[in-house]
Design a protein around this ligand. Structure first.
Ligand code: GDP
Ligand code: MG
Length: 318
């Protein structure tokens, strides 16, 4: 009993000591100004809050021809052996009516992913000649989306694990200028287990999330979702090319967002693990788990010591 009390007190102390205050929300009418005066992820920056004030008047003011408040919305899909679910995901993405274009990047799949992707409307297909990994795939996705002039970039896995129906909501949250990053969480709303996430994955997700929240000071329900939205200025600001080519990319990019002092928004998302929507082996998951712990720890160490990390460098002043 005494041990339990001690642990609880310790956790509370850790949360109080390292929990940084939530950044104050910032409304930028054009969503363009995300500079926060910090020096880059894991570098010796302040990581302080962005100064934000909310202006309801500006929220729906711009209807100049585009689908969401004059902003070009591009959905990117990092694909790997997604032949069975790609078309269905694509069709539901376009059915939302707010997406200007889709970019599918294939990572040398062994199935018909590329052939199917090439038949899809409103879709640019890029094929890696050799398998480069999930992180490398996302790098290509974001590079191409920025080159194509995207203002809002939404990444969704093409394995139909996440419903595309949330795209308008996520895009709106970015378009208003309230948030530069939105995650669709399988944990909020309790969808994960109901959707068929194996219990061991759920337990690992919760543990890694707790550790990451304690170490980064954020208060997210999960860091591992494959459904995310980013604003253009945010992606331009983050040194995401320095991140891993493997699955840990997902975690590193969120650490970078937090390092720059931005608020990450979350919405709850129904999820389905039906039909092989998860292909990562147990061993790769273990490697990913340790990678997550290291990312969070490196973040905390960088905060305390003012040192930098290999994939995080001083951000460009502009
Ligand atoms: N680019 C790339 N993507 C991969 C690779 N292996 C798995 N993926 C993709 O990574 C994403 C997440 O994998 P998944 O098995 O669905 O994980 P989970 O849904 O989080 O359990 C899916 O979109 C997979 O297609 C790979 O070697 N390269
Ligand atoms: Mg999946």
């Amino acid at each position: 009993m005494r041990v339990l009390v001690l642990v609880i007190v310790l956790v509370i102390v850790i949360v109080i000591v390292i929990g940084s205050p939530h950044p104050v929300l910032s409304y930028k009418p054009d969503g363009s100004d995300l500079s926060d005066g910090t020096t880059g992820c894991f570098g010796p920056g302040t990581g302080g809050p962005s100064n934000i004030s909310w202006n309801p008047q500006g929220m729906l003011s711009d209807n100049s021809g585009s689908m969401i408040q004059g902003k070009k919305v591009i959905v990117v899909m990092p694909a790997y052996n997604a032949a069975e679910t790609l078309r269905k995901t694509h069709d539901e993405v376009m059915a939302t009516g707010v997406v200007d274009h889709i970019i599918v990047v294939d990572d040398a799949s062994g199935d018909e992913t590329v052939a199917i992707a090439r038949k899809l409307d409103n879709t640019t297909v890029h094929a890696h000649p050799v398998n480069q990994g999930y992180g490398a795939n996302q790098k290509t996705c974001y590079r191409l989306a920025l080159e194509a002039g995207a203002d809002i970039i939404i990444m969704v896995h093409p394995d139909y694990q996440y419903t595309p129906k949330l795209i308008p909501a996520m895009a709106s949250m970015i378009a208003t200028g309230l948030y530069p990053c939105v995650l669709a969480s399988r944990i909020l709303g309790g969808y994960a287990l109901r959707g068929g996430m194996p219990f061991w994955r759920y337990a690992a997700n919760r543990f890694l999330t707790l550790a990451a929240n304690l170490l980064t000071g954020a208060k997210l329900s999960e860091y591992h979702t494959g459904y995310r939205a980013y604003s253009r200025p945010l992606l331009e600001q983050l040194p995401f090319e320095k991140n891993s080519d493997d699955f840990i990319f997902d975690n590193q990019i969120l650490a970078q967002v937090l390092w720059h002092g931005h608020t990450i928004a979350e919405i709850s998302c129904p999820t389905s693990y039906a039909g092989g929507a998860s292909s990562i082996s147990f061993l790769r998951s273990v490697k990913y788990g340790f990678g997550c712990l290291w990312v969070a720890l490196a973040y905390r160490i960088a905060k305390i010591t003012g040192t930098s990390h290999r994939y995080c460098e001083k951000a460009d002043p502009d």
